[in-house]
Design a binder for this molecule. Structure first.
Ligand code: GLY
Length: 347
């Protein structure tokens, strides 16, 4: 593995680790199904990473909350609950008192809430550390940080990876460079996927452990707790190129939304602010699988769902490398947006 910075410190580090495809309101049924499959893989994935690394990673999947503070939003939640029930997704509508019992941190002016069961969050930073340790114990060689990284190809196939460490021949190279996937030097234009950065700014407060119990969506923000009490507040979605600055306006907006929903947060210390770049794609679907260059694969473009989609992406890529069968990847093929590439078929 070659990593430009610190492993796991890109969007994987910047996110909140929410495992909540329904709260994300994904309209694309094919993508939603991929998210559902990946969510189902999560407990076994985390257990495997914990066992291999010895690093404990908590996985609270006891529901996510959507809170309503006005009638219009409450009506929308009631309609959404009906839709979820029709899809056999377990959920519960709470009245005002039940909402305050479930999440006492929310403001007294709450009208109601929806709990979507079986979803939650993972501490993405801890998962990243654990995954790195697990990979090392399984024999993965990690080169990081690597500054002069390029993929080498001839007209037909990938040859390997070149860096300041020299040339490493490889019959398969997976471009998993997130928002930077289109910028990796050496990728031929016909194998370059149209991934663009979508900036997300966030901040963390020091709250008492258990202050908020579940990942909670409120108007204008989401609030995600950590077992140690840290409370994450996110996130903006900005078309700002590769700008990773934290701006006063974004912090102001996020705090405004969080404090309107849970005024008692106002007493807590702001411990961190940060920004990350999600890899966005023109149709909202990730790029997973082979490109027109034999052996050059992509695993990127997961936009707001990279942490959630990690296990299924790994399974799909591993299975393609083992079998050469791209059929299960068709809907996410990197070829779908490369002009002329649809004429080229892969085994
Ligand atoms: N998954 C939420 C976000 O990207 O902000």
């Amino acid at each position: 593995m070659y990593e430009r910075g610190e492993p796991g410190h890109g969007a994987s580090w910047a996110g909140a680790g929410m495992l909540a495809p329904y709260a994300e309101r994904i309209d694309d049924e094919v993508l939603l199904e991929l998210c559902r499959v990946s969510l189902a893989l999560y407990p076994a994935f985390v257990q495997c990473v914990v066992e291999a690394s010895g690093v404990n990673v908590e996985l609270p999947l006891d529901g996510v909350v959507e809170a309503a503070f006005d009638v219009q939003r409450l009506d929308a939640l009631v309609a959404f609950a009906r839709e979820l029930i029709a899809r056999n997704v377990a959920c519960k509508l709470l009245d005002r008192n039940e909402s305050l019992l479930a999440e006492p941190a929310l403001g007294k002016h709450i009208l109601g809430a929806l709990i979507i069961e079986g979803q939650g969050y993972v501490d993405n930073r801890r998962l990243g550390r654990a995954l790195l340790a697990a990979c090392r114990t399984r024999g993965v060689v990690v080169h990081a940080p690597v500054r002069e990284l390029a993929i080498e190809c001839d007209e037909r196939r990938v040859l390997g990876v070149r860096s300041e460490l020299g040339f490493a021949p490889a019959s398969v190279v997976v471009n998993a460079a997130g928002a930077w996937a289109a910028q990796v030097p050496g990728v031929p234009p016909e194998a370059r996927v149209p991934v663009t950065p979508v900036k997300g700014q966030m901040l963390a407060l020091a709250a008492p452990a258990g202050f908020l119990r579940r990942a909670t969506w409120v108007p204008g923000a989401y609030l995600v707790p950590r077992p140690d009490g840290r409370l994450l507040i996110g996130a903006t979605a900005e078309d700002a190129g590769f700008d990773e600055r934290v701006t006063a306006e974004a912090v102001h907006r996020l705090l405004d939304a969080a404090l309107a929903a849970a005024p008692s947060l106002g007493a807590f210390t702001v411990t961190e602010t940060w920004a990350g770049l999600r890899p966005g794609t023109p149709d909202g679907r990730p790029f997973i699988g082979p490109t027109v260059i034999d052996g050059l694969l992509c695993a990127t473009g997961h936009y707001r769902n990279g942490i959630l989609l990690a296990p299924v992406t790994a399974d799909l890529i591993a299975s393609f490398v083992e079998t050469g069968d791209a059929t299960p990847l068709r809907a996410f093929s990197p070829l779908r947006m490369v002009e002329g590439a649809s004429r080229i078929t892969h085994a």
